[in-house]
Ligand binder design. Sequence first.
Ligand SMILES: O=C(CO)[C@H](O)[C@H](O)COP(=O)(O)O
Length: 267
Amino acid sequence: MLQRDAGHGYDALAHHAKANHPDLWLLFASPDDLPLTNDSSALKKRAAEAALAHVENGMRLGLGTGSTAAFLVSGLGKRVAEGLRIVCVPTSEQTAALARQHNVPLTDLDRTPELDLTIDGADEIGPGLMLIKGGGGAHLREKIVASASSRLIVIADASKKVATLGAFPLPIEVVTFGLAATEMAIRKAAQELGLAGSLEVRSRDGQPFVTDSGNRILDASFGRIPDPEALAERLAAIPGVVEHGLFIGLADLAIVAGEGGIEEIDA
Ligand SMILES: O=C(CO)[C@H](O)[C@H](O)COP(=O)(O)O
């Protein structure tokens, strides 16, 4: 599922590193270190730069996770060096490390429980700014941070815009206890909504992928999800599910960069 962006340059490296080599990801964590040899990474950078226009002095910001958010973090680093005053809550250890590398001031939700704005990437942007997130396995913290923010701006290249969610496997963070029973409950809930498909425990280097909060990810390939709200409700009711990657009613604006320029989509 992480082969969606398989190609060349930063984008491909970021996806490969995210999934397989967290240390490599950190080593090359600055997108500025690498040439933009891939169209989608150039577009991701453009979307991130357009989002910087929404950042004002004194803001408390949430920082997303992923290759698009990485461009945002490096851009913020430049503006901080020029005098921008902000404090930021990272949505992953990966983003925290990148922010430190760029001298972006960090805080956390315990010290700063209310944020002005979160800017984050997405795996899919559907109608009504419903999103699939979690390709990087960070959607639990991403959702907590987005929910603590007055506004969420999603940044993406145009390939992320879809008519119906579901081509990207839906990441579902689950606790390890009772994993098989949770998997069965998810399957049953999906079937009752007319959805079927495979559920795979995400792995990295042949080992189960462990999230920043110590949980596992199940990637659900249900195909088209005609009623994301109904699925979100059913998944949220399953005790072993910590958080699913459907973001509904959270995004206020999407900044989508395509070959024809920047498109801004309001909720
Ligand atoms: O949800 C996410 C991480 O959990 C990312 O925002 C999503 O995977 C998009 O990543 P990228 O910007 O690398 O395409």
